[in-house]
Design a protein around this ligand. Structure first.
Ligand code: PLP
Length: 378
């Protein structure tokens, strides 16, 4: 019903992804937004709001809160309350707010990871305990043993990315229960970035918010969510934190103060429309992305020097290119006309991250160019 094959010329707008290589024959496959138009319900709602013509200070109406509450219940089976919600203009801002508002000398997280998980604690002048994920049954998983060895009594915050960027892991209920037990044992507050919660690549998958597991975890978790990745509206800057603990919420809000504003009215408009009416679009998107992933997997399987573990979520494939034996796999593919994300800022320069949230014809060109690059090594 929705046409994800439609090419949108993004070079006509100053878009970060395509502008980076505007003057070169390079197809971008880096920053995490998609090349698809947002759902028609979002575009219609924005058009209607723009037609009203007045863009003064705004409130958030009850219908918006209800849209979030029912989306979270419908998709993740978690009952949340209106007063738990705090709106911010981005998940990265909320990660920084979490690091500033939790009293702790250090922050534990995992690596390789989306770079702001390392940057946010550093900005808050906290030491970072970054524990490398491990490979198990062809998936990237938490190394609880290593975490147990590295934890210190002065570390009171764990930053989780679920689903995981860049490796695409959806943590299972059992894995989250183990992590939850670890956090309870060491009295850690959890900041759980769940921005990719809806981008599940198998119809059987289900996203479990760690805070939904039990009341103890709910009380110690700051959950960060947003419609931005799901409905491709990152530029509208709309996100929210779910903080059930009154104490944590107070501290988070105090840190926000008057320095970090909430979301803008077009962001709220888009969020509400997407959460109320975007499910059908989202279902089709997930099928399209799963087909795209198959294309990437086929390409990788033809090239034994590349490796991709099971990818359960996100439109970002974390490819191990260490066997290429080149100084920088990112530079290598760039020279062949594909602008991937360099693994280095994520914590491993031997990897590249491929954004496959694009039209199949574009992805085909990307993979053909990468194949030519691989052939050049023979
Ligand atoms: C795990 C994760 N968190 C946060 C963000 C960015 O969120 P925002 O644009 O709302 O700051 C991204 C973007 O790629 C991400 O992958």
């Amino acid at each position: 019903m929705f046409n994800f094959d439609e090419i949108v010329d993004r070079t006509k707008t100053p878009c970060e992804k395509w502008n980076k290589y505007k003057e070169q024959d390079v197809i971008p496959a880096w920053v995490a937004d998609m090349d698809f138009k947002s759902p028609p319900c979002v575009i219609d709602a924005l058009q209607q709001r723009v037609n009203e013509g007045v863009f003064g200070y705004t409130d958030i109406d009850d219908a918006t809160y209800d849209a979030i509450i029912s989306f979270v219940k419908r998709h993740y089976d978690w009952d949340i309350k209106k007063e738990w919600l705090i709106f911010t203009h981005g998940v990265v801002s909320s990660m920084n707010l979490a690091c500033l508002s939790v009293e702790t000398q250090s922050v534990m997280t995992t690596t390789p990871i989306y770079p702001h998980f390392i940057k946010a604690p550093k900005y808050a002048h906290k030491e970072v305990l970054a524990i490398r994920m491990k490979e198990e049954n062809n998936r990237w998983v938490l190394d609880l043993e290593a975490m147990e060895k590295a934890i210190t009594p002065t570390c009171k915050l764990f930053m989780l990315c679920n689903p995981y960027n860049p490796a695409g892991t959806i943590f299972t209920k059992a894995e989250l229960e183990q992590l939850g037990a670890f956090c309870l044992k060491h009295d850690l507050t959890i900041c759980s970035d769940e921005i990719h919660a809806d981008l599940l690549l198998s119809p059987k998958s289900r996203h479990v918010p760690i805070a939904s597991l039990n009341l103890e975890l709910q009380e110690r978790t700051i959950t960060l969510m947003a419609p931005s990745k799901t409905f491709n509206i990152a530029g509208l800057q709309a996100s929210f934190a779910i903080i059930p603990s009154a104490e944590l919420r107070k501290s988070f809000k105090r840190t926000m103060g008057s320095m970090v504003g909430g979301i803008n009215l077009l962001g709220i408009t888009a969020l509400k429309a997407a959460y109320l009416e975007g499910d059908a679009w989202l279902n089709e998107l997930r099928i399209y992305l799963a087909e795209n992933l198959k294309m990437v997997q086929t390409f990788v399987s033809k090239n034994p020097k590349l490796k991709l573990l099971d990818q359960e979520a996100t439109f970002l494939a974390w490819i191990d290119a260490s066997a290429l034996n080149v100084k920088s796999p990112y530079e290598f593919f760039l020279q062949h006309g594909v602008g991937l994300s360099d693994g280095e800022p994520f914590g491993d320069k031997n990897f590249v991250r491929l954004n496959f949230g694009t039209q199949k014809s574009v992805l085909e060109t990307i993979l053909n160019r990468m194949q030519k690059a691989m052939d050049s090594l023979c």
